[in-house]
Ligand binder design. Sequence first.
Ligand code: DAH
Length: 341
Amino acid sequence: MKEQLAKIKEEALAALQAAASAAALDELRVKYLGKKGELTAVLKMMGKLSPEERPVMGQLANDVRAALEQALEERGTALEAAALEQRLKDEALDVTIPGEAVTLGRQHPMNIALDELLDIFIGMGFTVMDGPEIELAVYNFDRLNAEEGHPSRDWSDTFYFDEDSRVMLRSQTSPMQIRAMDTMPLPIRIVAPGRVYRKDEVDATHSPMFNQVEGMVIDKGVTMADLKGALNAVAEKLFGHGTKTRFRPHHFPFTEPSCEMDVQCHKCGGRGCPTCKGEGWIELLGAGVVHPKVLEMAGIDSEVYTGWAFGLGLERLALRRFKIDDLRLIFENDVRFLEQF
Ligand code: DAH
């Protein structure tokens, strides 16, 4: 039995030293030390020994077990270290190789202008609202008091999806006024930026797709004076302290009275130059006092509540803000142009 133990020890130690992986090592542990392992098999024969031999052999077997366990652990540690070494080698990174240059994007000038504008309105307590570009004519026209036959409903101006002109690409952000009245509790203060679509040919001042920002206030006792006060404050924030504005009468179906607001030309200070086409003024937006019919169609009592609204062209605002002279530059996304902002 003594020889048997010695043989097991010698064989096992050699095998352990040669084991090349954690899996191989585990197999050897089972083979020698496991329940059906070789060492266990020898130990099971202890019963057959004489009482004098038993403790001696027991001691010897324990020594062999301890030696194997120690070798197993040492080999395991060594294999782990070797594996780590190999991984470090495989995954080595040469930090001296020059990196690839990453070109950083930046904000589009139109979004810079939009953020500035929204900041101003948010500061005045307005909520920013988003809505669909595919719109129902009910919202884009009917409930904005532009009845059947109104020139803006013409097929030559508007992109319709269906024969009977009920579904369309919205031609203005004004339908957001109706959506706000339908969904929000009074009083309402909203701004709603977004894309709009019209059948226009592309040139220096036109595009079939452009962006508008709609705004609307509905509350008790709101008047045209509030409209002028608020929009003047916005113009001063956007274009600088002391910016002069003027309000010209105009017509929109959904406001009464209606107006257009101009700002004094920033280039010439009102004397007249190519930027303002000699006018001294630049048109900024359309606005007005919300028509009582529009309020009533939304179920709002026009005897109690009044409101004002505006709509402005965002690209035009960005052109003015950054002194850009061609609308197409805004859409082309030429990196050499965008890099300047
Ligand atoms: N929706 C108008 C347009 O596209 C602009 C406008 C005018 C919006 C007056 C308004 C408003 O909210 O009150 O030309």
